[in-house]
Ligand binder design. Structure first.
Ligand code: G3I
Length: 316
């Protein structure tokens, strides 16, 4: 299985689990996860809108997330925590906070409560997710409610998470940063600045929501990942999926998808990455199921991309 081969090299390999499916006890989903993954991440259950969505900021809902963690522990799987501070998952009450001190207090309380709740059951966190905009020059997003806390809101989040669990590896996570490009340059400058300021950041997550037109080589992905490794940071591919796009027969697209998956994993291993996480399990339940982006098809049958990952783990 993937997990046996990955564990033998100390690599976390796994994927996102959906709370709905988990609760529905879909036997194929659960069997596949437990057979193939040595690491899991909640697709939604640990987001702020899942944990703290009630109008009362003091009301925390941990039931779904706790059930997933318990299952992971039972099955010997590491859990990645995703994600503490993300503009896209901020509940309505966060938007009502307009004052700097109050926002700092709210962030501190939320991060401290959640990180301490899971304690050593979760020792890797995506502390801040997708703070960099896609616009010209890639500044930080201007629609981020947490920015009310001040220009150092990212540093604050990492400091609070570290105080709550000093053993945890703390990551910044973003998309469209896999290759050498303007956004990955902005992310590099951001994390370099955080390190220079003594902020406890230990890793970077490269989401890797890609498609079959993506060229690992032409994008400069290995050089990009390596420059983050050279800062002493963990590098993790955190949300890998590769949509099947373009012309050609289904067979050709599956082959191209397998090639991209294989190259992503071998590039990850080449820079001594610490995790290769996919965003889901099968094409049945992917957040972009139309693109059939995962390594198991809608019937949980292994696709050529699965074989490509096995081959890389056996040879690279
Ligand atoms: O839970 C409600 C349910 O009660 C309701 O009936 C249903 C009706 O639409 O919505 C459910 O919530 C949805 C949730 O997924 C669970 O299915 C939300 O509307 C929907 O917005 C949410 O989408 C998730 C999205 O993040 C936003 O949080 C996707 O499943 C999830 O795959 C996606 O994951 C993100 C990563 O966290 C960050 N990187 C990008 C990635 C893909 O967008």
């Amino acid at each position: 299985s993937l997990r046996t081969l990955a564990s033998a090299r100390g690599l976390l390999l796994g994927g996102a689990i959906s709370g709905e499916l988990f609760n529905a006890d879909n036997p194929d989903e659960a069997a596949t996860i437990n057979r193939e993954y040595n690491a899991v991440v909640a697709e939604n259950a640990m987001k702020m809108r899942a944990i703290a969505n009630s109008p009362d900021p003091d009301n925390y809902l941990f039931a779904t997330a706790d059930a997933m963690v318990a299952s992971a522990q039972k099955n010997g799987q590491t859990v990645r925590g995703h994600t503490l501070i993300w503009h896209d998952s901020a509940p309505a009450w966060v938007y009502e906070i307009q004052e700097k001190t109050a926002m700092r207090a709210a962030m501190t309380q939320y991060i401290t409560t959640v990180v301490k709740h899971f304690g050593n059951r979760i020792n890797i966190w995506d502390v801040v997710n997708e703070a960099i905009s896609d616009g010209p020059g890639n500044p930080l997003r201007n629609n981020n409610p947490f920015a009310v806390a001040g220009p150092d809101f990212i540093a604050l989040a990492f400091r609070m998470a570290h105080a709550a669990n000093p053993a945890a590896r703390l990551c910044y996570n973003d998309y469209s940063v896999e290759g050498l490009n303007g956004k990955s340059n902005a992310m590099y400058a951001l994390v370099k600045g955080l390190l220079a300021d003594g902020v406890p950041i230990h890793g970077v997550g490269f989401q890797s929501h890609l498609d079959t037109n993506f060229s690992v080589r032409d994008s400069g992905m290995q050089a990009n990942l390596q420059r983050f490794r050279d800062l002493g940071l963990d590098v993790q591919l955190t949300e890998v999926d590769v949509q099947m796009v373009g012309s050609g027969s289904e067979k050709e697209k599956l082959a191209r998808q397998a090639q991209v998956y294989g190259e992503l994993l071998s590039t990850c291993l080449a820079v001594k990455c610490s995790a290769f996480m996919m965003w889901g399990v099968s094409d049945l339940t992917s957040w972009r199921a139309g693109g059939k982006p995962l390594i198991f098809d809608g019937d949980y049958v292994k696709k050529p991309a699965y074989g490509a990952l096995i081959k890389v783990l056996q040879t690279a």
